[in-house]
Design a binder for this molecule. Structure first.
Ligand code: PEP
Length: 248
């Protein structure tokens, strides 16, 4: 089963419009492959500029969050339609920073995933255990709950991308070993077989995220159940291109 690899950058709360344009100027001049699928997720304010800069390239743009309602009195929130209109094709859902700092719940993640699919967006659904949960041997239970709740009533699962991001590896410089990362991604695929079926699970892309950089990406990408990377810090500089071109 061949799954198209994905390298996705999450800029978090970084880069003004001017900085985003400068990034794409340098980054796009060095992109020369159409495999893997490349995604960049800037802040809302830089989405329009990012879409403009990447027009006609194989780089897709995503948002870092949406709200699950279609509109109304939800100060500060943004709908799926709004980011779609702005040119996004992807949206990150349930990033651990949203779960940790903005009280995002598994139920909310599920509603957002369903809304993203309904509006034709590719959801990149993040799951991952904390250091405490790993040390208490609860990694698989935590992942099971997060994946099962996120995928409840999802009717176009093949379009969903799951990102396994152990919280202890995000922005810490501490990467999971290739084996640790693959072990959980393999477990996620088993869960997807149980929730959907084998054909569907075999088509779904599962990314690893957590301090991925130019030095470790190639090995991670060679693992059987890792289909890509969700990259934070290392996606902020134009040499993110070295991760995109990991095969070279
Ligand atoms: C992330 O924010 O999704 C992430 C994986 O960050 P970093 O690569 O900086 O650990």
């Amino acid at each position: 089963m061949s799954r198209k690899p994905v390298i996705a950058g999450n800029w978090k709360m970084n880069k003004t419009v001017a900085e985003a344009k400068a990034f794409f100027n340098e980054f796009l001049s060095q992109i020369d492959v159409d495999d893997p699928e490349v995604v960049v997720c800037p802040t809302y304010t830089s989405i329009a500029a990012a879409v403009e800069c990447t027009k006609g390239t194989n780089v897709g743009i995503g948002a870092q969050n949406i709200y699950f309602e279609d509109g109304g009195a939800y100060t500060g929130e943004v709908t799926a339609d709004m980011i779609k209109e702005a040119g996004c094709e992807y949206v990150i859902i349930g990033h651990s920073e949203r779960r940790q700092y903005f009280a995002e719940t598994d139920e909310g993640v599920n509603k957002k995933t369903i809304k993203a699919l309904e509006k034709g967006l590719v959801p990149i659904v993040c799951v991952g255990e904390t250091l405490e949960e790993r040390e208490d041997d609860n990694t698989f239970d935590v992942i099971k709950t997060q994946v099962e709740k996120a995928m409840k009533d999802v009717n176009e699962p093949k379009k969903v991308i799951i990102a396994y991001e152990p919280v202890w590896a995000i922005g810490t410089g501490k990467t999971a070993t290739d084996e640790q990362a693959n072990e959980v991604c393999e477990y996620i695929r088993k869960l997807l077989v149980e929730i959907f079926d084998k054909d569907i699970a075999d088509c779904m892309r599962i990314l690893y995220g957590g301090s991925v950089n130019a030095g470790n990406v190639k090995k991670l990408m060679s693992m059987s159940d890792i289909d890509g990377a969700l990259v934070g810090g290392a996606s902020l500089k134009a040499d993110f291109v070295t991760l995109v071109n990991y095969k070279k």
